[in-house]
Each structure stands twice: as C-alpha cells, then as structure tokens.
Write a protein of this length. Structure first.
Length: 447
C-alpha cells in the first residue's frame, strides 16, 4: 500500500512539474508573440500602410543609452516626405521624438502630388489642391523643414551643404546628420541637355509654365496648337490625352517614342485602353523613333528607314524620365545618377546612408527590380523610416518587398483606366475616372 501511494505521489509531482513547465513555456510564447504584435501594430497603424511586411522590433532598446540623434532627409517628394512622416510616427511611438531631430530638406516650398499635374495644366484643379506647402503638411509632426538645394555631402564629417532659399534665410548652411536618407527623385529635364525652350513635366513649375504657355497661345488665337511630346511613358501619354480631350480640335499632338510600344511598363489592359483613347482623340504617335535634336521650335527625329525628318512645333515637352541631380562628395551615384541600395534600403557599403524613391536602384527581397513610382516610393518610405529607427536603437531591420497595388491612368475628359491584380479589378471610362479621383484625393489629403 505504502509503495503504491509513494508511486501515486511521485506521479502527481511529475505531472505538476510538467504542467508548470508547460505554463512557463506558454507565458514565454505569449511574451514573444506580444512583442511581435506590438511591433506589427505600430507599423500597421500607419494609414498609408501598404507594404505587407511582418515586423519584429527589439523592445529592449528603450534601455539603451540614447544621446540626441539627427536624421536628415534630402528631397521632399513621395519618398522623402513620407519617410519624414513615418519617422515622426515611429519615434513618437517609442517616446524618442524629443531626443531625435528629423529635418526634411527640399528645394521647393511645396510637395507636389504628381498624379494630379495633368488636372493642374487643364485648369480642373488649383495649385493648392495639387501642391500643399510643406509647413502645412508637417504641422504638429515635429519634423523641421528647410527649404534649400543640397549641393554636397561630406561623409566623413557627416554634413550636408545646402544653398538655402530666401524663405529659409538664404546663403549656405552646413546641416549635420547621424543618418541620411537620400530621396531626390529625378529632374523634370536632363540637366545636361540644356534645351532652354523645351518644357519638362515633373514639377509644379513645369506644369505652371506649360499652363501659361497654352494660355498665351490660346489668347493669340493660335489654331491648332502644335505640340510635340517626347516620351511615350505614363506622363507623356496621360498628358497628351488630357490636353487633347480638353482642347478638342484646337490641338495637334505628336508623341515620339523610342521603343516599339507606348507605356512599356504598363500592364496590357491599360496599354490597350490608352492606345484606343489616343486614336479616339486623334493624337499621333511615332514608335521606334529616336529624337536626334531639338533646336528652338523644331524637332528632328530618325525615321524607321534611317532618314532624318524635322518639323516645327509651338510647344515641345520632354516627358521622358531624366537623371537625378548629382550631390558632390557622395560618390555613390552611378552613371545615370541612381544609387544602389540593398533590400533594407541601405546604400551599399555605407553605414549611415539610405535611399528611397526614384533615385534608389533596388532589388526587393523577392528578387525583382522595383519600378520608379510614387506607390513604390511610399512603400519604401515606411521601411526606410523603420530601419533608420531600428539602426539607431538596436532594433531588427525590415527587408523591403514591393506590393503591387495596380495602376491608374488619367486619359482626359473625365475618363481613366484602372487595373489591379491585387483587387481583381479592370475598369475604364467614367467609373475608373471617379475611382482614380477618389483614391488620389484620399491619398493627397492623408499627407
Ligand atoms: C506627371 C506625373 C504623373 C505621375 N503619376 C503617377 C501615378 O499616378 N502613380 C505613381 O505611382 N507614380 C506616378 N508618377 C511617378 C512619381 O511621381 C514618382 O515615381 C515619385 O514622385 C518619386 O518620388 P521621389 O520621392 O523619389 O521623387 P520626387 O517626387 O521627384 O521628389 C524629389 C524631391 O526632391 C527635390 N530635390 C531634388 N534634388 C534636390 C536637392 N539637391 N536638394 C533638395 N531637394 C531636391 C525635388 O525638388 C523634389 O521635390 C508620376 C510622375 C509624373 C511626372
């Protein structure tokens, strides 16, 4: 009997011990899960969350010794501005905003919401709707805004030399950084090309200049206004459709495209809809056509048979992509001005430099090269901001993986084309226009 009860007691003890161990294991797993959930929540609480990544953040960094850190961002486009806004959010969430300065340096006073530039030219939207001033956008975030053009970077002393705009006091200023995010995008025209009479189409100034020139020609009763658009990518096609739909018979537009199709990066559905729309609007397009010279008001191009043709135009627009401006001393820009980053958006072989947006040449963690779009720049902005904070605090960095949400094209006259695998959607005409407007207005007002 005594032997049996001894065995019974020891069995109960073993059972209790096993149970205790199980409970301990469960608690440990819950803590681990809580840390993960907490970190994921911070990322997902961002309204522009779109990258679909799982984050893990090291909560122990609050105990690290934190002296004041300076984070600088050069370029206030989709990549730079959204990096600044995300940084403000992540630092606030960690209670580190007071000990960290975030400075956004950009050469113009306003952020430009480029998908609405067409509507600005045709007069459907006003400047303030398309381009809010940075000081308004950044109000209450703690991010400092410095208006000026960054000229060079001294990587040893970690300073950026900035030519300040008169609104920021004018003159030169050296801005110190601990971490620097490069987000200078591209220029509206290739700086090397000169071409004083040619219009670019990227900045607010470009759109306003074009609007003014059109108004002048209309006032002078020029009919039809002859326009050459060099580049058959998204901006060239969308701008041509907007102008043709808006000006009807009073405009004669020719698109010059080097490749064998328009919109080479677009999906097939959007390309077909856009091709039909161009035909409907009477816009001419020359494919496999290399523009060899632009001189004053004339364009020369190489035809398919190799012969060179020339014609005169009232307006010549370069709507092709162009190289980013060069920052002296940086030594990381490649031949075309772009910067190689790894899948954490860190500039290769650099400790303190990141790059996002059009300037970044990036292969994401799935191994595919990422395109130059606002959608990508905003997705990268989340990861870059996270990684900079992680870098400074001993947290775990994220890898960037693009999420293709689809694309929307403005085709003028209240029509658009919309295609998204992610949402299983293909639409054109008026409904697509309404959805595009709604989406973009929502996105523009969230910044
Ligand atoms: C007309 C048009 C329509 C578009 N529509 C769409 C669309 O519908 N959807 C989409 O996903 N993408 C669209 N894009 C593409 C999109 O605008 C770009 O991919 C996006 O702007 C890239 O963001 P970014 O931050 O890299 O560069 P940008 O937006 O070009 O911003 C760079 C900023 O840096 C500033 N800067 C440059 N050099 C310096 C310097 N040395 N010092 C200080 N500041 C500097 C520039 O002035 C600019 O403000 C469109 C582009 C154009 C031109």
């Amino acid at each position: 009997m005594a032997g049996t009860s001894f065995f019974m007691v020891s069995n109960v003890l073993v059972l209790v011990l096993v149970l205790l161990l199980l409970v301990l294991l469960l608690v440990l797993m819950m803590i681990e899960q809580w840390e993960r959930n907490w970190a994921t929540l911070i990322v997902m609480s961002n309204p522009s969350f779109s990258s679909g990544f799982i984050a893990s953040f090291n909560p122990s960094f609050t105990s690290l010794n934190w002296s004041e850190k300076r984070i600088c961002i050069v370029g206030g486009g989709f990549g730079g501005l959204y990096t600044a806004l995300n940084l403000a959010k992540y630092l606030e969430a960690k209670g580190k905003s007071k000990e960290t300065s975030v400075t956004l340096i950009s050469d113009s006073e306003r952020f430009v919401y480029s998908p609405f530039l067409y509507e600005l030219v045709t007069g459907e939207l006003q400047d303030w709707e398309v381009a809010p001033v940075y000081t308004d956008v950044l109000k209450g975030t703690g991010v400092k805004f410095l208006q000026g053009k960054a000229q060079s970077v001294d990587k040893i002393n970690k300073t950026i030399s900035v030519d300040l705009a008169s609104l920021s006091g004018g003159g030169k200023q050296e801005v110190s950084y601990d971490k620097l995010i490069l987000a200078t995008g591209g220029n509206s025209k290739d700086e090397k090309e000169g071409e004083p009479g040619v219009f670019g189409f990227r900045s607010l100034e470009d759109a306003k200049k074009l609007r003014a020139r059109l108004a002048g020609l209309k006032f002078a009763n020029k009919k039809p206004i002859k326009i050459a658009v060099v580049g058959g990518g998204y901006p060239g096609i969308e701008l041509s459709c907007s102008l043709a739909a808006n000006m009807k018979k009073n405009v004669d537009i020719t698109i010059f495209q080097r490749g064998d199709k328009i919109l080479p990066r677009a999906n097939l559905y959007n390309r077909i809809v856009a091709t039909q729309r161009l035909a409907e609007l009477g816009v001419k397009k020359f494919l496999r056509t290399e523009v060899v010279e632009i001189k004053d008001d004339s364009v020369s191009w190489k035809q398919n048979n190799g012969a060179v043709a020339e014609d005169k135009f009232d307006i010549i627009i370069r709507a092709s992509s162009s190289r980013p401006s060069v920052l002296n001393g940086l030594d990381v820009q490649e031949e075309d001005g772009r910067i190689h980053v790894n899948d954490m958006l860190k500039v290769k072989e650099e400790e303190d430099l990141y790059a996002v947006g059009d300037i970044a040449r990036c292969i994401d963690s799935s191994g595919s090269p990422v395109p130059s779009t606002a959608q990508i720049a905003m997705q990268q902005a989340e990861v870059a901001a996270w990684n900079v904070v992680a870098d400074l605090t001993g947290g775990v960095p994220l890898t960037f993986r693009r999420q293709d949400l689809g694309e929307m094209l403005s085709l003028g006259g209240y029509t658009a084309s919309l295609s998204s695998k992610a949402f299983g959607l293909q639409l054109d005409d008026k409904l697509a226009h309404l959805l595009r407007r709604e989406w973009n207005e929502g996105a523009a007002s969230s910044c």
